[in-house]
Design a protein around this ligand. Structure first.
Ligand SMILES: [Zn+2]
Ligand SMILES: [Zn+2]
Length: 372
């Protein structure tokens, strides 16, 4: 079932213009600097080593994709049915389609598909303009859109304020009955720390900390914090916003062809969420809203019990992993290597603890915080 959302006249041209701006900017010096820093950063872009996430989850968890484009986006050539089959073949339990400004859905098979839309507000100017860039690409995913939407008013608010444009995205998400996720905060540095705090005080439920598209700049650069640091900034103020890891894929079977054409490639099956829920849309939605899930690029937990008194984590598969316990301000308060971690949070940890786990192949998992 597919529903087209009304798009303001001229929006497509704005989108195309903005994408050209993206390419021009990202081939420039700024991006080279960000890529060079990625090797040392905890949560980077898995795209560099191209590792598939291929792992099965223990019972009780479902594997999902919260950011996927199809041919209905205008910047992907793969029909929705093929995207569906592609993720099903890779063992996903559910995906949410998130085409630009269009709600897409397909009939369920073994793969549960959930309608969503990437509310894509692109403009040349906003206030304040993100530093070091020349476009405002302010995107919010409306996930679990559960009823056919009416026309969406995608004209930016008259104030032109960046936070108002994002808030407009959240309001549209609510009007669609969806769950709001802030997308790729560091792509063109659309969302800075104060903007995300303002959105957290509004209707924001989740933010992409690990968008795996090559241009998401999760590691930031010399003048921009990483997406993880942005998230810790929000958590340190007591806001309950959950972190997601996603693909934002636009290419599937056509990765090699696109590369041969010299195009930028946005591949899939690089990052996912593992949700503690039955394979049923309402249950998955509830678990996402309460933060009962984690994001990963391949590290999977066979045991994950997070409580303010005691946290127990065990990983599936072989080989030791590195556990890091992170607290207020992104401070690493404990580290360990092995297959399991049993950690009792302490008041001096301050506010919350969360866990980051990295394996020897560079794949990671990040849990949601436990507030103390
Ligand atoms: Zn986007
Ligand atoms: Zn996208």
């Amino acid at each position: 079932m597919q529903h087209r959302v009304g798009v303001a006249v001229g929006a497509r041209r704005t989108l195309d213009d903005a994408r050209r701006l993206v390419r021009r900017d990202e081939l420039g010096r700024d991006w080279a600097g960000a890529a060079a820093s990625a090797a040392t950063s905890p949560v980077g872009n898995n795209t560099a080593n191209g590792t598939s996430t291929a792992t099965s989850l223990p019972s009780g968890f479902v594997k999902g994709q919260l950011h996927a484009h199809t041919g209905r986006s205008g910047d992907s050539r793969t029909p929705p049915e093929r995207v569906h089959a592609w993720y099903e073949a890779r063992g996903y339990d559910f995906i949410v389609f998130t085409d630009h400004n269009v709600v897409t859905d397909t009939p369920d098979t073994a793969l549960l598909t959930i309608p969503g839309v990437e509310i894509t507000q692109n403009s040349r100017r906003c206030d304040p303009s993100p530093t070091g860039t020349d476009a405002c690409l302010l995107h919010v995913n409306a996930l679990f859109v559960d009823r056919p939407p009416g026309p969406l008013d995608l004209r930016p608010p008259s104030s032109g304020a960046r936070v108002d444009i994002y808030r407009h995205g959240l309001a549209l998400t609510e009007a669609l009955g969806g769950v709001a996720m802030l997308n790729h905060p560091n792509m063109h540095y659309g969302a800075d720390a104060s903007t995300i705090v303002a959105l957290a005080e509004s209707k924001l439920v989740m933010m992409e900390v690990g968008n795996q598209a090559w241009d998401s700049r999760n590691d930031g650069d010399a003048s921009h914090p990483s997406t993880e640091a942005l998230w810790d900034h929000v958590l340190s103020r007591g806001h309950r916003v959950w972190a997601t890891v996603t693909d934002d894929a636009h290419h599937y079977d056509d990765v090699a062809e696109a590369r041969a054409r010299g195009e930028d490639v946005f591949a899939g099956d690089l990052g996912f969420v593992a949700v503690r829920a039955a394979k049923e849309a309402a249950a998955i939605r509830r678990a996402l809203e309460r933060g009962d899930f984690y994001g990963a690029t391949g590290v999977v937990f066979s045991r994950l019990e997070l409580d303010a008194k005691r946290c127990v984590l065990e990983v599936s598969g072989d080989g030791d992993v590195r556990f890091e316990v992170i607290s207020r301000g992104g401070k690493v308060v404990h580290e360990a290597t092995g297959r399991a971690l049993d950690y009792e949070p302490k008041q001096r940890d301050g506010g919350y603890v969360r866990f980051r786990v990295r394996d020897q192949r560079g794949r990671f998992a990040i849990t949601q915080p436990v507030f103390l």
